[in-house]
Design a protein around this ligand. Structure first.
Ligand code: GUN
Length: 299
């Protein structure tokens, strides 16, 4: 069996085309476009690349992006002050603070200060809590992108054994909750899991976000499984690879995502989705402030 490769670039391109049209309509309706503020602290090269990609994607669909580059020496109070300003700015509908942040910054305070209504990354505790009850306003972009990719191939997770490898706050944990919301049976493995293969071999759907090149070998994968590789690793020779031995596993799986060109572009696309949603919520709230509470759920 050779797996069908799920083309995240193509799915992203289609969705971004839809978003560009939608933004034109929204601009006609409301006389303004969605705006995303992106805060980059320090000079981490990888973060700078990610942020540039996000800003270019915004421009490509007609979202205004407001770039805030801050020195790594910035204080906690200064960063929180900027977020408070952006929370009050009516041209800014989404706020993204690129992680990781320098050690003097209190990441929890930063994420808690971003208004839940502008939290397009889905990292505010309100949105994180909503994942438990199925009432989150903004889903975190990477797991949301994985769900959209599965949907694009009509792969239902209901009743499936899904194994998530990696238990980060950004990917693994929210991924598990989103899968449970759709009635998957979910196991979450992590760096301390003993004998990873005894779990992965049971997976109908295997989602890997561990940040370890070649962690998943063909003998760890059930024949016919769907394999989603969230890893993005740069090898010493400069090549970008995921966490899955693609060449080996492609011969055993039924579906597989490549790296690059799989989940990566979907993460950025879901950021665009969330920013448009934040814009629409903001306009509706402005029109009928009494009809909506700040925490009305909608997805
Ligand atoms: N750093 C790595 N992934 C992400 C992400 O999805 N959002 C933000 N803000 N920072 C990140």
């Amino acid at each position: 069996m050779t797996a069908r490769t799920i083309n995240g670039l193509a799915v992203s391109k289609r969705l971004r085309g839809d978003y560009a049209l939608k933004i034109k309509e929204l601009e006609k309706q409301w006389g303004k476009r969605p705006g995303l503020a992106v805060i980059l602290v320090g000079d981490d090269a990888a973060s700078a690349v990610y942020v540039r990609n996000k800003e270019r994607a915004c421009e490509s669909v007609g979202i205004n992006s407001f770039h805030h580059a801050l020195p790594s020496s910035i204080t906690n109070a200064e960063l929180l002050g900027l977020i408070v300003e952006l929370n009050a700015n009516p041209d800014v509908h989404g706020i993204l603070v690129q992680l990781p942040l320098p050690p003097q910054i209190d990441v929890r305070a930063v994420l808690a200060t971003i208004s839940a209504e502008k939290d397009v990354d889905g990292f505010h505790l309100y949105n994180v809590g909503g994942l438990i009850t199925g009432s989150t306003v903004f889903s975190p972009c990477t797991p949301f992108g994985v769900m959209k990719l599965l949907e694009s191939e009509n792969i239902s997770v209901e009743g499936q054994n899904v194994v998530v490898v990696g238990a980060s706050n950004i990917v693994g944990k929210p991924m598990a909750l989103m899968l449970m919301q759709q009635e998957a049976t979910v196991a979450v493995c992590h760096a301390r899991t003993r004998d990873l293969a005894q779990f992965t071999i049971l997976a109908d759907i295997l989602i890997v976000a561990a940040g370890v090149p070649n962690l998943i070998l063909p003998q760890m994968v059930k024949r016919g499984a769907v394999v989603i590789d969230v890893g993005i690793n740069r090898l010493p020779d400069g090549r970008i690879v995921g966490d899955v031995d693609f060449t080996g596993v492609v011969e055993k799986a039924s579906f597989i995502t490549p790296v690059p060109g799989g989940v990566g572009p979907m993460t950025v696309t879901m950021l665009l989705h969330n920013t448009i949603q934040a814009f629409e919520r903001a306009q509706t709230l402005r029109q009928a402030p009494l009809a909506f509470s700040a925490f009305t759920t909608q997805n």
